[in-house]
Design a protein around this ligand. Structure first.
Ligand SMILES: Cc1cc2nc3c(=O)[nH]c(=O)nc-3n(C[C@H](O)[C@H](O)[C@H](O)COP(=O)(O)O)c2cc1C
Length: 189
């Protein structure tokens, strides 16, 4: 009798730390998402991706990244490309700057292209009005990459959930995150 063993590779989800600011709260929120994702067996692996580690230059290229076939002259952009390409899905932890997306994070999206195409994404947005505007802004951007927005989002209030640099999720946020992780895993399967 021949026994065939099927080894399925787990999908990889990148949790993107989307603030590059000194003293950012973002990393705390991303760490809570990561810790929750690690708290029980899942159908995916999760990793933190810190935008600050990449030092992506402001985009000035003559050619659209869409035409570059994932090959970039700049080594930081190439490293970012390879990291983003290695993931099957993303959770974007995003601050709100002036009612919209932060420029360094938008630049990181614009600097590459095919690496994002068609993959599921969920948003964890935060601001003094719970990140509503920044999530709405990202939802207008990601269709350019045919990304699948899982519809649920974490809307985090800096008024009630962050005090003295410490993030304490409000009741209901853990359940919301669990639902997002399940939807992301299903979408990426
Ligand atoms: C350039 C800039 C613009 C901002 N614009 C907004 C805004 O439109 N709405 C808001 O609620 N907070 C705004 N804030 C406050 C941020 O939400 C707050 O500083 C938050 O901690 C930023 O995230 P980070 O600490 O992870 O960088 C702004 C902060 C900066 C630095």
């Amino acid at each position: 009798m021949i026994i065939t063993q099927e080894r399925r590779q787990k999908m990889r989800t990148g949790i993107i730390i989307g603030s590059t600011r000194e003293g950012r709260i973002n990393a705390e929120i991303a760490a809570w998402i990561y810790k929750t994702a690690q708290s029980k067996p899942r159908n995916a692996t999760y990793e933190l991706i810190d935008l600050k580690d990449y030092e992506i230059p402001f985009f000035t290229g003559a050619v659209s990244p869409r035409q570059l076939n994932k090959k970039y002259d700049n080594t930081a952009v190439q490293a970012w490309s390879e990291k983003i390409d290695s993931c099957d899905a993303y959770i974007l932890v995003t601050p709100e700057y002036n009612g919209s997306v932060p420029a360094p994070l938008k630049n990181a999206f614009d600097s590459i292209s095919d690496e994002w195409i068609g993959k599921p994404i969920a948003f964890a947005g935060y601001s003094y009005s719970s990140g509503i505007s920044v999530i709405k802004a990202w939802r207008a951007i990601v269709p350019a990459f045919q990304m699948q927005d899982v519809a649920d989002a974490l809307e985090i209030s800096l008024v009630t959930e962050v005090k003295d640099g410490v993030f304490t999720p409000a009741s209901g946020q853990l359940e919301k995150l669990e639902s997002i992780l399940a939807k992301l895993e299903k979408a990426a399967a």
